[in-house]
Design a protein around this ligand. Sequence first.
Ligand SMILES: C[S@@+](CC[C@H](N)C(=O)[O-])C[C@H]1O[C@@H](n2cnc3c(N)ncnc32)[C@H](O)[C@@H]1O
Length: 238
Amino acid sequence: MRKTLTELANQYKSDKGDDAIGLREAWGRGMRDEVHGYSLYYDQMFKHYRDEPIVFVEIGIADWRCPGASLKMWYEYFTQAKIYGYDNFWHELHIAKKESVDPALYENDRTKIFVGDQGERADIARFVQMTGAIDILVEDGSHYPHHQIISLGALFPAIKSGGIYIVEDIQIPGISNGRHNYDNIEALNMLTRFQQTGVMSSEHLLPQEAEYLASHIARIEFIFNVEYSYLMAVIVKK
Ligand SMILES: C[S@@+](CC[C@H](N)C(=O)[O-])C[C@H]1O[C@@H](n2cnc3c(N)ncnc32)[C@H](O)[C@@H]1O
């Protein structure tokens, strides 16, 4: 029997899994709310892609507590995918004061990394040249709402028709956990307003990005994990 994504998340100590005790032991810190439980949904959502030659992207892959954990998990789960990780390696470059990132720590025959800021459209444009059209994108970067919005606007054109763009850790005031702006619900507002009215607007979107999103989103599904209090948006492209 092959391992589920949740088993792999727990094995590699990604916070996408559901093993709070294992994470606390590995990270030397952490409470129950450190685990997000997203892998439980991904196991259902991604099972048909498992052995397909897809292009898979994750924004945010170098968490200082578990560097590269999710990349290892995706690599083992998706047996034929090309996997691209995007990160500004803020901790390594600015806190640990390393001069550069060593790709060898993260890359292998099917996994490549890109050093860039998810809030910078110029970085995203260079990244997309590297990946080509994308089947599935998971955004697990800074979780700041303005970054979530900029990345969605700049990256959505690169998603294939029928492809999936996921924004993890959408902020809900007073409920979401972690290092996030509790009082900032811009991303949640923007996406729910679109669901209700068909209008996409945000001060963080360029007019052409807003127009593109409005005309190319097939549907948005919000998944709220009651046990861990985390919310993600699953955005499917027409
Ligand atoms: C929660 S961690 C990712 C964890 C990883 N997905 C896993 O499950 O193992 C968030 C990552 O986002 C990155 N990040 C933060 N701000 C960013 C930005 N502006 N642009 C790109 N990456 C950023 C951090 O460097 C960190 O590696």
